[in-house]
Design a protein around this ligand. Structure first.
Ligand SMILES: [Zn+2]
Length: 336
């Protein structure tokens, strides 16, 4: 029987649970404090080691086991139908190339950090970090915001569903980055929308109330999808913590995820994105609206209204040059 000690991640939080895993009779049994389940071996994937100290066993539902016991995992991989030793060797070989590439990337990150400072490091790191990290940071940030600054939406369910359906219909026709649309009420955020790492787009009741047309809400969501597409919120979080933590994050330290998530809400509210990031998100929104046959002026309309509202502390007006930003949206005549 193969037995090994591991850290178990439940796929919902970034907390590590120490567990023992044992493979027998076609199953992997995982036991620990309050944890006892078994997964059929043909439903797990053992990731070959990629130069890190610990290997990862992927379980269904984004659950993972991280273990330093390589010999046990190698044996385990032999039991799995899809990962015969030949395949394992092949993967190791390709992983070696991957490890070399990762080394080069790491050196570049350090070089970029020295040469151009933290924003550049954050940019490189945001493209290097695995997607699950975005998701975890986003989930933790949302949990934190739900506890502190957001409350459940007071919009009628039918209103929310209508907006969700309109967005889904547009995204079915053209590629949108993977997203999850959520509605929340928030006095702190006012009329606002924000994109969290991992693709969660939060729209406030205030923004829906401010809109004169559903297309205006969709236009703001399109802008947020631009932030999602370019992983801006992850970059924002990374920039705030500095190069040291970024390097720790690149090596896969779970604790740093919590650090990154903790700072994000106030960053989104107070610091906001850089002008360049806003420009990128605007360009995405403009192309999106044209393809969706929504007059780009809808974005200008609601942005102008946000700008006129002196009580609003929202993201959209926290950047100077609203007039400059909306000009391209007014210049476009709509779809052909
Ligand atoms: Zn923005």
């Amino acid at each position: 029987m193969i037995r090994f000690a591991a850290d178990y991640f439940d796929g919902r939080t970034s907390r590590a649970h120490p567990v023992e895993a044992a493979a027998e009779a076609g199953q992997l049994r995982v036991t620990g404090e309050g944890i006892d389940f078994a997964v059929a071996l043909d439903r797990i994937v053992v990731a070959p080691p990629a130069g890190q100290a610990r290997s990862v066993v992927h379980l269904p539902d984004a659950r993972e086991l991280h273990s330093a016991d390589r010999s046990a995992l190698l044996e385990l991989s032999r039991l799995i139908p899809s990962a015969r030793p030949e395949r394992w060797a092949h993967l190791l070989e390709s992983r070696l190339r991957f490890a070399l590439a990762a080394l080069v990337v790491s050196v570049l990150i350090v070089f970029a950090g020295l040469r151009w400072g933290v924003p550049a490091v954050a940019l490189v790191a945001s493209h290097t970090l695995p997607a699950w990290m975005d998701t975890r940071i986003g989930e933790e940030a949302l949990t934190l915001m739900d506890r502190t600054s957001l409350s459940p939406s007071k919009l009628p369910a039918a209103r929310r569903q209508a907006l969700e359906a309109e967005l889904a219909a547009h995204c079915a026709k053209r590629a949108c980055p993977p997203y999850q649309l959520l509605f929340r009420d928030s006095r702190l955020f006012g009329a606002n929308a924000m994109a969290l790492p991992g693709g969660t787009v939060v729209v406030t009741d205030g923004l829906v109330a401010l809109a004169h047309h559903d297309d205006e809400v969709l236009a703001v969501i399109a802008h947020e999808l631009g932030h999602v597409q370019h992983r801006h919120s992850l970059r924002l979080a990374l920039q705030s913590v500095g190069a040291g933590v970024i390097l720790v994050a690149v090596t896969g330290d779970i604790g740093s995820v919590t650090d990154l998530a903790a700072g994000l809400p106030s960053l989104l509210l107070q610091t906001g994105y850089s002008r360049d990031m806003e420009r990128e998100a605007d360009a995405y929104a403009l192309a999106w609206l044209e393809a969706a046959c929504i007059p780009p002026a809808r974005f200008a309309d609601i942005l102008g209204r946000l700008d006129d509202d002196p009580s609003d502390t929202g993201l959209l007006d926290s950047h100077p040059g609203t007039r400059e930003r909306i000009a391209p949206f007014l210049a476009h005549g709509g779809c052909t």
